[in-house]
Design a protein around this ligand. Structure first.
Ligand code: SAH
Length: 210
């Protein structure tokens, strides 16, 4: 597995545009095979997403690395992730940030991710079951927010919870249509700018009873 991980890092990350040494080191530290169903462990480092149950998927390694690189995480940052899924992206973030808060709407996935991250010893990640559209008001502001399911529009609450100087990395678009991976930055005066990075395909962000 270590050999496959190294090959993935050289070929699929460094071989594309993942240049941030800290991001590469963080990806090197996480055993992705522990985050996928055991029958799929042999494909853990393949260059595509994998099913994780409940109709959800873990993103391909390159997309996890790209979103992490775009979030420009510093070691003192408090980071919010929406869409815990397997917990893999949260584990990568936890190697870079001071604290990671992650929200998952499907109770079974939230529970299994919490257990998995605990067993693997990730002590600076807090998993909560709930609806990510509202963010995590008690813990704001966040220096970085990463959303791993696609809403049709950027939820305004998430922009509100971004610290001045912060980055929000988010796929936006209609379900199963073209989505854009966007980076929104908030400058020190609170002005928000948005840019499109690359077309992507994420599972839709669900809204709970709205
Ligand atoms: N980051 C995950 C992959 C997530 S797939 C990983 O590393 O494995 C997207 C996840 O977002 C799914 O688990 C889905 O249930 C969750 N999700 C969808 N809508 C949501 C919402 N409104 N709030 C929180 N989580 C949501």
């Amino acid at each position: 597995m270590a050999e496959r991980r190294e090959w993935m890092i050289r070929h699929d990350l460094e071989g594309r545009d993942i240049r941030d040494r800290r991001v590469l080191a963080a990806m090197r530290q996480v055993p992705r095979e522990k985050f996928v169903p055991s029958r799929l462990a042999g494909q853990a480092y393949a260059d595509h997403p994998l099913p994780i149950g409940e109709g959800q998927t873990i993103s391909q390694p390159y997309i996890v690395a790209l979103m992490t690189q775009l979030a420009e995480i510093k070691s003192d940052d408090r980071v919010l992730e929406i869409g815990t899924g397997s917990g893999y992206q949260a584990a990568v973030l936890s190697n870079l940030a001071r604290e990671v808060y992650t929200i998952e709407i499907i109770p079974a996935l939230a529970e299994s991710a919490r257990q998995r991250l605990g067993l693997l010893g990730y002590a600076n990640i807090v998993v909560r079951q709930g609806d990510g559209y509202k963010g995590w008001p008690e813990k704001q502001p966040f220096q970085a927010i990463i959303v791993t399911a696609a809403p049709e529009k950027v939820p305004p609450e998430l922009i509100d919870e971004l610290a001045p100087g912060g980055r929000l990395v988010i796929p936006v678009g209609a379900a199963f249509e073209l989505q854009w991976l966007k980076v929104l930055t908030k400058d020190k005066s609170g002005r928000v700018r948005s840019r499109n990075v690359t077309p992507v395909r994420f599972v839709p962000m669900r809204s709970s009873g709205k």
